[in-house]
Design a protein around this ligand. Structure first.
Ligand code: NAP
Ligand code: 8YV
Length: 329
């Protein structure tokens, strides 16, 4: 794949998704930005403008960058997507149409690992219930009950041992918790035991921390069989994508005691969360905040800008996805 021509002409960029000051203000006068927040807005894009657009910033995963969207832009060369996960971008369509896609890896790794670790401890030690207990005044009359769960007697299986999986592993190791992992291939330079078979790993541990990409290859991989193998002490922490866990099966497993508890940052149909989950006491639920601090989100926005700037300066983009690799330019 080769990149944008260096030119003194104006470069038209689509900015698709919610407004972001770092993206809106991040380009020189050489660029002309065309902001469209939603798909309904995009339907009002005039053919004359569409014909000029060479790059797109996709500013949040709530807008889908599918084939139909990219087909609106005949001169599209690059899509710079916000977020490390890009299951909302049709990477195959992009590759087939010579469009390079970039994402925002690394700058969010430690932040998301912090959230995974926090969510695991909050789930096991029931922080949310304890907070509600104190606020209700009950502590004045009785002690908060001992938590059934603890990090002290656990063995964790990390599902996905990439950048974030390894950062979670480091935190668990520092907390003296034994770690093993599942991924399709053994991870380079990782010494934890690798399980090519997810069910075998679930049988060997009592806690799963899920941090694989979304999309068809991982859809509902954490299914009823995995939950059964995990067993009645089982805890699932999902910071990956809601699609990775069979949500209905998990609700049934939490209800029946097939597993003990879950901590979830992501859901199958965000921002809708099933009422049954919201009513449960043995779950901690977060509104997809893995990377959601000002400092980390700013770094992600900046990387979107820097990828587009590099491309239109005739350089290789900083972080192309595996499906649309760019040889040095
Ligand atoms: P990464 O470095 O690409 O790591 C992905 C890991 O998943 C690799 O170990 C990979 O190993 C494994 N994997 C991929 N497909 C698999 C499959 N079908 N079965 C089993 N394992 C598979 O990605 P990352 O930077 O760690 O990010 C991981 C994901 O976390 C993102 O794609 C995103 O969906 C999610 N995320 C969520 C939040 C949040 O706010 N909650 C924030 C950031 C990221 P193999 O290829 O060897 O299988
Ligand atoms: C994003 C995420 O904030 O990077 C990812 O994959 O899940 C989050 O960091 C989210 O996708 C919104 O675009």
């Amino acid at each position: 794949m080769v990149g944008g021509n260096i030119s003194s002409e104006k470069i038209d960029l689509l900015v698709y998704g919610p407004n972001k000051p770092i993206i809106d203000n991040g380009f020189s006068d050489q660029f002309v930005l065309h902001p469209f927040e939603t798909r309904a807005d995009l339907d009002r894009l005039s053919p004359a403008v569409a014909a000029k657009i060479r790059g797109a910033a996709v500013t949040y995963s709530t807008v889908r960058c599918d084939g139909a969207m990219m087909a609106l832009l005949p001169k599209l060369e690059i899509v710079a997507s916000f977020g490390v996960g890009y299951d909302h971008v049709d990477a195959n369509y992009a590759r087939e149409h010579n469009i390079v896609v970039t994402n925002t890896p690394d700058v969010l790794t430690e932040e998301v690992a912090d959230v995974a670790m926090g969510l695991l401890i909050a789930t096991l030690r029931e922080f949310v219930k304890a907070d509600k207990y104190l606020r209700s005044g009950l502590w004045m009359t009785q002690q908060f009950p001992l938590s059934v769960g603890s990090l002290r007697d656990r063995k964790v299986g990390i599902v996905g041992m990439g950048r974030i999986g390894q950062a979670i592993g480091r935190r668990l190791e520092a907390s003296r918790v034994p770690v093993v992992y599942h991924s399709r291939n053994p991870a380079k330079d990782v010494s934890y035991k690798h399980y090519p078979d997810l069910i075998e790993m679930a049988k060997a541990v009592d806690t799963l921390v899920v941090i694989v990409p979304g999309g068809p290859a991982t859809a509902k991989m954490i299914n009823a069989d995995v939950m059964k193998a995990l067993g009645p002490r089982g805890v699932i922490i999902n910071v990956a994508r809601g699609s990775v866990v069979d949500e209905e099966a998990m609700i049934a497993a939490l209800k029946s005691g097939t597993i003990l508890a879950a901590g979830l940052d992501v859901f199958a149909n965000e921002p809708k969360v099933p009422d049954e989950l919201r009513a449960m006491q043995n779950v901690v639920l977060l509104p997809h905040i893995g990377s959601a601090s000002v400092v980390t989100r700013n770094a992600m926005d900046q990387l979107v800008v820097d990828n587009l700037k590099a491309w239109f300066a005739g350089k290789a983009p900083l972080t192309p996805i595996a499906e649309t690799p760019v040889k040095s330019r």
